[in-house]
Design a protein around this ligand. Structure first.
Ligand code: IMP
Ligand code: MG
Length: 179
């Protein structure tokens, strides 16, 4: 299948649209069972998870709500380093069954630093569902409950994931071509 070029880098096909959708559907069916009779609130982390969240939601048959947040990491002016800011968590999660939707857990830093803010609000439960997990890249521990694909430590593109802003529109996943 054809390679794609984004910002002068070449990417090769990795996971087909069919493979991805099949896995996402499988995850939805598991969630339909695990959350039967409940009304979970999904928190999708922008930008990368928009496609994963949209497809997953189509296959949910339980009552479920969704909201979106955006996590931004800044290099602080203080020596304490990076700060993670949550933008737009406008829903009260106290006592709710929460499922975080992330595109990928790479170093784990983003989610690891965001979790305490959520636990502080005392949800009834808090689980994490990810499309992709790169265990070899993980530095910060993240308790992941649902994983669609475990992948090697290589840069991937498409299905919502970008390379410097581009490539999110690709319906399948690509992997950076080795030189
Ligand atoms: P973290 O390192 O686990 O905090 O990941 C932070 C964010 O980096 C993820 O949510 C993705 O948006 C992005 N990211 C990590 N690995 C990749 C990749 O291989 N391709 C595209 N984006 C990535
Ligand atoms: Mg992301």
């Amino acid at each position: 299948m054809a390679t794609v070029k984004v910002h002068e880098k070449v990417f090769v096909p990795y996971l087909s649209s069919e493979e991805i959708i099949a896995k996402v559907k499988e995850l939805a069916e598991i969630l339909n069972k695990d959350y039967a009779g409940k009304k979970p609130l999904f928190i999708a982390v922008l930008n990368g998870s928009f496609m994963f969240a949209a497809d997953l939601f189509k296959y949910l048959t339980i009552d479920a709500e969704i909201c979106f947040i955006k996590l931004a990491s800044y290099k602080g002016t203080k020596s304490t380093g990076h700060v993670i800011t949550a933008i737009g968590l406008d829903t009260d999660i106290t006592g709710r069954e929460i499922i975080i939707l992330e595109d990928i857990i790479d170093t784990g830093k983003t989610i690891n630093q965001f979790l305490p803010q959520l636990y502080n609000q005392q949800p009834a439960s808090l689980k994490i569902a990810v499309l992709l997990h790169k265990p070899e890249a993980t530095i910060f521990p993240v308790p992941i409950d649902y994983i669609c694909f475990t992948i090697p430590n290589k840069f991937v593109l498409g299905y919502g994931l970008d390379y410097d802003g581009l490539g999110r529109n690709l319906a399948q996943l690509y992997q950076l071509k080795e030189d």
